[in-house]
Design a binder for this molecule. Structure first.
Ligand code: NAP
Length: 305
């Protein structure tokens, strides 16, 4: 598994990350096998959020570490906070208490990265800065980042926050390519030219912020996977054909497609199936051609000007 630097931090992270959002439905034995398999295939970075399974996923992960005899310093843990029922909350008190709860559930003294999960329009950046300082100086959080934020939101926060924002988690998959579409259709009178994210792809690259594509196998808003889905027949046919060139599955190719982008992104995969995780990790050794990359982009329903 190739490793990349996470943003401007000193962290060396696997270029594929395992997200644990869905593990609350599985047995401890299967979850332990899942995490062990990820480690065996070179994944050293695990993504959580306080809301996954209403906190259960972090608790289960702590049990997995114990039952799997996984040393805390052998892995990197990221979690997120700021989504509450009915609102988003970047207040000092809420960030601090969320992290305290995250640490308790994960049964650890520190997390490697904390992300603010979704933008809070009532954010007072001075409060976030105070919270980050407190968490950083006490050793409870080593690095900070954001999720689902656009460039000026990051700039506003970074104006006040001392620590570099190292990651931005964004929805991106073969069937969710808004941030790529707008860059390919500049000056065009077509829907794909609409820039919903204010050039977030270019902004993150310019500022050394690692993009972490979430839900890399899903279409729409958690509507299911596009892999082997008859709604995406053209895409699946193209994936099967290109996959054959490398002897890899469509699942592996979906991640190889993200990794082929030179932005050095870190896809967050959410499979709860150990075999599938092993299958996906092969993507780290695949480098598809430019022509193949564009062929898949077009097969997903996009056009080029
Ligand atoms: N920042 C945010 O706002 C945000 C939002 C959502 C998610 N996330 C993060 O992103 C991670 C991934 O999200 P996700 O779970 O929605 O992403 P995903 O990896 O796209 O989807 C995984 C789900 O798809 C299923 N699946 C079915 N067929 C598949 C195939 N051929 N290949 C791969 N998966 C297949 C998996 O089933 P099996 O379990 O049986 O493999 C699993 O239920 C989460 O764990 C979380 O850490 C972040």
């Amino acid at each position: 598994m190739k490793k990349i630097k996470l943003g401007k931090s000193s962290l060396t992270v696997s270029e594929i990350c395992l997200g644990l959002m869905r593990i609350s439905e599985s047995k401890l034995k299967d979850n332990t096998n899942l995490v062990k398999t990820a480690l065996e295939h070179g994944i050293n970075f695990f993504d959580h959020a306080d809301i996954y399974g209403a906190g259960e996923c972090e608790k289960i992960f702590a049990q997995v570490m114990k039952s799997g005899d996984i040393a805390r310093d052998s892995i990197l843990i990221q979690s997120k906070c700021a989504i509450r029922k009915g609102c988003f909350d970047f207040s000092y008190d809420y960030i601090i208490s969320s992290v305290e709860d995250i640490l308790k559930r994960l049964n650890t003294d520190y997390i490697d990265v904390l992300l603010l999960h979704r933008p809070d329009t009532l954010m007072e950046p001075e409060e976030v800065a105070k919270a980050f300082d407190m968490l950083h100086s006490s050793g409870k959080v080593r690095h900070f980042g954001v999720s689902n934020q656009k460039p000026l939101q990051i700039e506003l926060l970074q104006k006040y926050v001392k620590q570099d924002l190292v990651a931005n988690q964004l929805q991106l998959s073969l069937t969710n390519t808004g941030m790529i579409d707008s860059g390919l259709n500049v000056n065009m009178q077509v829907n794909q030219a609409i820039d919903h994210d204010d050039s977030i792809l270019e902004y993150c690259r310019l500022n050394d912020i690692t993009i972490q594509p979430w839900s890399p196998f899903q279409y729409g808003w958690f509507e299911g996977t596009f892999i082997d889905n008859p709604q995406f027949e053209v895409l699946n046919n193209a994936m099967a054909e290109i996959g054959e060139n490398y002897g890899i599955s469509k699942t592996t190719l979906a991640i190889a497609w993200l990794l082929r982008h030179p932005a050095k992104m870190q896809p967050i995969i959410g499979s709860t199936n150990a075999n599938r995780v092993a299958e996906v990790c092969v993507a780290s050794s695949i480098y598809i051609t430019r022509e193949e990359w564009y062929k898949l982009y077009i097969a997903a329903g996009n056009t080029l000007p």
